[in-house]
Design a protein around this ligand. Structure first.
Ligand code: SF4
Length: 264
């Protein structure tokens, strides 16, 4: 028998502030016999979307009212400290995950080990996200280090997305996007970049300054050409401002037959 299994488990729900973890927390709180819960944990990143920070504040307030411990864990190094060392993250240097976000998980696992316990993480993967699973749904997850309550309950991405579209706390984000990462993410789509420009111009400008400086740094220090999204910071920024902003605006202003004649 794996000696680790003798240790007492600490069940924790990992919440990002996005729709899946929010929905998952609701499922857990309504099924505590099936999904025992000791703590709710948020890995707090400086690059979280502004709306998701408000979601986490609300979750913390409600969890504490329900008598649950809510932990916020920050990476030990700031985004800027790591950026100064490696430049803006990209497909070849994805430090935003390995050195930044996952540093929170390392701290959490260390703390759990120090309690002489073992972690069982509740993760908000849906039933149709099979490719992301480490374990099969329906197996004895008390013998595992994580479990997917949404998948266990057969809840699909579509169900959660449709629910999230109509929750004011998400500030309409899910009316335009299906999932949320970080706001300074190298993999933001053009439409997400337009959303960032529209909702947080200062961060948008900062992001493109960082990307441009990284393009110059790679050329200067490695003699290599790296261009953001294959075209470079200046071109992409210009395209967002001139084309994608209006695409996003048009989508926001779309009406259906039900809106005709109704004041907006
Ligand atoms: S969502 Fe983007 S920025 Fe955030 S950790 Fe993942 S790759 Fe990095």
């Amino acid at each position: 028998m794996n000696e680790n299994l003798i240790l007492r488990p600490i069940h924790y729900a990992s919440v990002s502030g996005g729709k899946d973890s929010f929905y998952m927390l609701n499922v857990i709180l309504n099924n505590l016999d099936k999904y025992p819960l000791e703590i709710v944990v948020h890995f707090e990143l400086e690059i979280d979307w502004n709306w998701s920070k408000k979601v986490v504040d609300l979750m913390q307030e409600r969890c504490e009212k329900a008598g649950l411990t809510f932990l916020r864990i920050k990476p030990r190094k700031t985004w800027k400290e790591i950026y100064d060392k490696y430049g803006f993250p990209n497909a070849h240097a994805r430090w935003c995950n390995s050195d930044y976000k996952l540093d929170c998980k390392k701290q959490l696992n260390k703390w759990i080990a120090e309690q002489n316990c073992r972690p069982i993480a509740y993760i908000g993967f849906c039933a149709d996200e099979v490719k992301r699973f480490k374990y099969e749904v329906g197996s004895d997850w008390n013998l595992q280090d994580c479990c997917y309550p949404l998948a266990e309950e057969g809840i699909t991405e579509y169900v959660v997305l449709e629910w999230a579209k109509n929750q004011p706390i998400f500030e309409d984000y899910y009316k335009y996007f299906t999932r949320q990462g970080c706001k300074l993410c190298p993999f933001l789509t053009m439409k997400e970049l337009a959303y960032l420009e529209k909702t947080d111009r200062e961060t948008f400008d900062y992001m493109f300054d960082c990307i441009k400086q990284t393009e110059e740094k790679i050329l200067r220090e490695k003699g290599k050409i790296w261009k953001f999204k294959g075209y470079g910071a200046d071109v992409i920024k210009h395209r967002v401002e001139t084309k994608w902003k209006s695409i996003l605006d048009a989508e926001e202003n779309q009406v259906t037959i039900f809106d005709v004649g109704v004041k907006r």
